[in-house]
Design a protein around this ligand. Sequence first.
Ligand code: PBG
Length: 336
Amino acid sequence: MSYHRAPWPATRMRRMRKDDFSRRLMRENTLTVDDLIYPVFVLDGEQRTEAVPSMPGVERKSIDLLVAEARELAELGVPAMALFPVTPAEVKSLDAAEAWNPEGLAQRATRAIKAAVPHMGVITDVALDPFTTHGQDGILDDDGYVLNEATVTALVKQALSHADAGADMVAPSDMMDGRIRAIRQALEEQGHTLTRIMAYSAKYASAYYGPFRDAVGSAANLGKADKTTYQMDPANSDEALHEIGLDLAEGADVVMVKPGMPYLDVVRRVKDEFRVPVYAYQVSGEYAMHMAAFQNGWLDQDKVMMESLLAFKRAGADGILTYFAKAAAVKLAGRG
Ligand code: PBG
């Protein structure tokens, strides 16, 4: 460690910390509403909401209610929503064909939100797990292995149907090889040259996704199976750089690291290495842990929520997908 200034008493680190004005003047990172993306769960029907027990404060909502939500979020300045459909069991199948149904929940929700609130960014999830009877993100062979190419072919159809519905950004979260290239090529060929791709590039095989799988209703389908043959090993971070380099070369506009807080070291490495837009996802399990502590009075809700989000900025994230997006936006607007 080399110091560019003489040590104490010439340097007293506490001088700058003494007053609010000087603390503000040396602040390195700031969280603003521009950093926030709000993930929402889309339910069939009208005027319908359902609580998600493992995610207190989060509700699945029918499209009409999500349109109202989009208006509120736009008013708060939140730039984008990420849509996750809750697929009815009767339309799940082995080939996940509901994923590219133009009248599917994600497609209808996209059209409704874009029609009502045109400047709200709509991000759609490109993956098959809400649509398969087994809850895996792809098409299986006879041994239960997720087939790469067959799955990519399905993902391309799904991404195109989202772009046709007006999605601003498609977000492949499946971790198949080569899917970014295939989706980019298809989007270009179909005239969707400006549809952005947010790649879940470094997506780990994480147990922190548990509450999300409850929320979209894939937990029961998946059972005791895991996703370790396609999602990354939590032990690795060089591999994350490898994945990100490939997705950028294949045409990703934004790359993402997921989960968030336990993986901030990965966010930092990615930002330092590539200098491109990097998002991070504070996932359902991270939200659930926080809410459990807040509801027990063990942690201060507002302070810890804002601290957790600022930590993403410090790590180098340009955007944060978080179930706290709305509450944080309210607070940032001085209304909370
Ligand atoms: C689906 C998908 C998952 C999440 C986002 N997209 C779950 C999974 O991969 O099993 C997790 C989000 C969260 O936990 O908040 N491919």
